[in-house]
Design a protein. Sequence first.
Length: 196
Amino acid sequence: MELLNKYSEKSIKQTIYILTFVVCALVVVLNQKWIPHPEVFPNFIYKLPMVNALLNGTCSVLLIFSLIAIKNKKIELHKKLNLTAFIFSTLFLLSYVTAHYFIPDTKYGDVDHDGIMSIAESAAVSKVKPLYVIILLTHIFLAVIVFPMILLSFYFGLTNQQEKHKKLTRFSYPIWLYVTVSGVVVYLMISPFYNY
């Protein structure tokens, strides 16, 4: 934590914004399959979406317990729970990028896994798909928005700038919680259409 205190808040913010841009660019590049990948890869790759859901679900529970801890003035427990949630979110990001780099995209409702939505397939999911799309898009959008907020919240918390930490986490906490919970929901909704 001493190391963080040596840098100015401005330089920390610049680093966080650059890191956010780099991570977002990496996710886009890998998701779009712009970098060639091997045709054959280990079978465990297909387990990663389920692992992602478990990581997100665990993170959700940790965040809820973290809120309870801080409400009960258990600051050290709050810090440990948040650091653990941060580690799980980092593992999620690595697993997510790896999975989406290798695994072909899945279309919601594509029962026969041919990559084309037939009229019958579209009709079968027509009432639920708009909800899925809304949850997915808000999940992605808010994940991008909250990433720098989480890093900045951690910086304020680890450097004992409690007022700034509290002010920012009023926004970052509910967004982070929504992102982790919606990640699980997205997995549960799309997993019946996986072709593996």
